[in-house]
Design a protein around this ligand. Structure first.
Ligand code: NAP
Length: 247
């Protein structure tokens, strides 16, 4: 059986993805940073529906913690064959004049360095040259990478631009090692993340102005992630699916 790791799986898009992968038969590893009770609730929901799951705390911006997280996976019966690089942060809305080096670096530490570190460790688990059986990685980017998030969070948008470049470059680097690397670029999804930007109702504000005239649900993003991980997408790598209601 296959094992899938979803970073930031305790809420929002990561939670919806963990539940989806649980339904599809993966053993799901639910990573979280702080909220143990929320991660345990996701695990309990997967198990209550007949699936298999456990959770592991770990801050993906911390190299030692990422190494520890993946070392734990070494001791499981199943091999890691799927990584959903999903955990991400943004901070309060503003212009470039409000950005400090500390804040920019904090965004990059999770959204970029964290993604790199998790990809690195996943490749060590999955690649043929390390004795792995191959696998698939999905990097959760954002429509902000294309749109720029002017007046909201340029640092966050730029971090997601870096994620897209990682997706393309890594897909080429590990294609012959049996690993597919793809991305999704959601936009305007109903999660708690927008409260971190200082506007919990952001999706309701922006939704009606989108071509599809509504915000998206985490479950809609999870469906695309699960498809990219699955054998149904066996000839897809280096692709990024836009999911922003047509914007
Ligand atoms: P969310 O509701 O704020 O959830 C974030 C998750 O990431 C939580 O489980 C959190 O765990 C975890 N996390 C944050 N920093 C972490 C770290 N350093 N190490 C480990 N876990 C960490 O976010 P979301 O809206 O579901 O977003 C998920 C992904 O989708 C992000 O990459 C985001 O940029 C992207 N995205 C979201 C939207 C949207 O409209 N919501 C649009 C485009 C892209 P704790 O609660 O334990 O801290």
């Amino acid at each position: 059986m296959a094992m899938a790791l979803a970073t930031g799986g305790s809420r929002g898009i990561g939670k919806a993805t963990a539940l989806q992968l649980g339904r599809e038969g993966y053993t799901v590893v639910v990573n979280y940073r702080e909220n143990h009770a929320a991660a345990e609730a996701v695990v309990a929901e997967i198990i209550s529906k007949g699936g298999r799951a456990f959770c592991i705390q770990g801050d993906i911006s911390n190299e030692a913690q990422v190494n520890g997280l993946f070392a734990t996976l070494d001791h499981q019966e199943e091999s890691l064959t799927a990584l959903v690089n999903n955990a991400g942060v943004l901070f309060s809305q503003g212009t470039i004049e409000q950005l400090s080096a500390a804040r920019i670096n904090a965004v990059l530490a999770t959204n970029v360095t964290g993604y790199f570190l998790c990809c690195r460790e996943a490749v060590k688990h999955m690649s043929y040259q390390h004795g792995g059986q191959g696998g698939a990685i999905v990097n959760v980017s954002s429509a902000a990478a294309r749109l720029g998030a002017a007046g909201e969070y340029l640092d966050y948008a730029a971090s997601k631009g870096a994620v897209d470049t990682l997706t393309v470059g890594l897909s080429l680097e590990v294609a012959a090692q049996g690993i597919r690397v793809n991305g999704v670029r959601p936009g305007f999804i109903y999660t708690d993340m927008h409260a971190s930007g200082g506007e919990p109702g952001r999706v309701d504000r922006v939704g009606p102005s989108l071509p599809m005239q509504r915000g998206g649900r985490p479950e809609e993003v999870a469906e695309a992630i699960a498809w990219l991980l699955s054998s149904k997408a066996s000839y897809v790598t280096g692709s990024i699916i836009d999911m922003a209601g047509g914007k």
